[in-house]
Design a protein around this ligand. Structure first.
Ligand SMILES: Nc1nc2c(ncn2[C@@H]2O[C@H](COP(=O)(O)OP(=O)(O)OP(=O)(O)O)[C@@H](O)[C@H]2O)c(=O)[nH]1
Ligand SMILES: [Mg+2]
Ligand SMILES: [Zn+2]
Length: 352
């Protein structure tokens, strides 16, 4: 991109940088103490992975703190990854890993959902679970308030599935609710916006940045459908906060997250704790507090169904992760055994 805002390091001390954008072979990075500086390219090792302090090698993601060194040709090379304070992680069907880190070291996850068309409560629950699991604080942002007659009434319905979560109703067209969102942007804070394609994530990012950083659907003239944003990018905002814009996804796979599910479905878990049987399945058991709440209208039936669906999915992801671990362990033993036999052959016949 542009010239580095910092002098290249040549005394062997690695430079601490933040990842603005992560592509296959290289990163775009800015100095960790000057996130508004011009981004610089940093090469990745051939396998695209960097070691964490514990030795595991993982692909770096947007928001990661990385060490870079300058090689003889003056190129920046990423050498190591700092431990992630928080990580937004989704299930990935990829062959090389089961999980994909969407963003690292964020403080707030903005769950962005449109009011028009109608908000999808199941999606909000799913993204809230993703947010709770990340270790960052979830905040719901309902967009396009200008397009609906009763935005607050709709927000009240969404609030029922966003327990203990702050919510903002906004419009970038008439400026509704932007003040409270701006109030989140304190110096040094990092946010990530997640939500469906067309929800208005990039529009919000541009509004907060005060300039056109990300392309939005409305500006595209080529008539192509949705999925305007195609890569994740960390955008510096006025006042010293940063915000990661992400491409909208149709379905975000959940990774195993029992505690995160408990947080998202705090109402269901609180009721379940009062069922007569501790292993109550909330179907026909006597003394089921969950069924009682559904019958009295205190708990929407869809809430239980939604909780079941996500819990099943998380359990499936956990089993798959276990199976993968087991397979890796078998492969490791195969390798160790083969090497042992090769050594034996090389050293002649083994002694007892
Ligand atoms: N009326 C109205 N339209 C909005 C608002 N916010 C965004 N839009 C429009 O919604 C469309 C999609 O906005 P984007 O910001 O590109 O949506 P996105 O979430 O970034 O979508 P992807 O990049 O595909 O994930 C654009 O045409 C915007 O102009 C709003 O508050 N009110
Ligand atoms: Mg976008
Ligand atoms: Zn029960």
């Amino acid at each position: 991109m542009t010239e580095p805002a910092v002098p290249p390091v040549d005394d062997g001390t690695p430079l601490r940088v933040r990842v603005v954008r992560a592509d296959r072979g290289a990163l775009l990075v800015v100095p960790d103490d000057d996130l508004g500086a011009a981004a610089h390219r940093a090469e990745l090792p051939r396998d695209g992975l960097l070691p964490l302090p514990d030795g595991t090698r993982v692909p770096p993601t947007v928001g990661d703190v990385v060490d870079v060194e300058v090689d003889a040709t003056g190129a920046w090379r990423a050498t190591a990854l700092h431990t992630r304070r928080t990580a937004v992680v989704r299930d990935s069907a990829g062959r090389t890993s089961l999980e994909q880190a969407v963003a690292a070291n964020v403080d707030v996850v903005l769950v962005v959902e449109h009011l028009d068309p109608e908000p999808d409560l199941g999606r909000v629950e799913r993204l809230l679970t993703l947010a709770w699991r990340s270790g960052a604080r979830p905040v719901v942002v309902l967009t396009k308030a200008d397009l609906v007659p009763d935005a607050d009434g709709m927000a009240a319905e969404v609030a029922q599935v966003a327990i203990g979560v702050d919510m903002h109703v906004v419009s970038v067209v008439d400026g509704t609710g932007l003040g409270p969102v701006r109030a989140l942007l304190t110096p040094g804070v990092a946010l990530v916006a997640v939500g469906p394609s067309g929800a208005g994530k990039s529009s919000l990012v541009n509004e907060l940045a005060g300039r056109e950083v990300m392309a939005t659907h409305g500006l595209r003239a080529d008539g192509r459908g949705r999925h305007t944003t195609t890569h994740r990018q960390l955008v510096p905002l006025p006042g010293g906060a940063v915000l990661v814009d992400t491409p909208g996804v149709r379905g975000v796979g959940l990774v195993a997250a029992p505690e995160a599910l408990d947080a998202t479905f705090a109402d269901v878990t609180a009721l379940a704790a009062r069922c007569r049987f501790s292993d109550c399945a909330h179907v026909t058991e006597p003394g089921c507090a969950v069924r009682a709440a559904i019958e009295s209208g205190d708990l929407p039936e869809r809430r239980l169904a939604s909780w079941r669906k996500l819990a099943r999915e998380a359990a499936y992801a956990a089993r798959r992760a276990d199976a993968r671990l087991a397979a890796e362990e078998r492969a490791r033993w195969k390798r160790v055994t083969r090497e042992y036999h090769q050594r034996l052959r090389g050293a002649g016949s083994p002694r007892a």
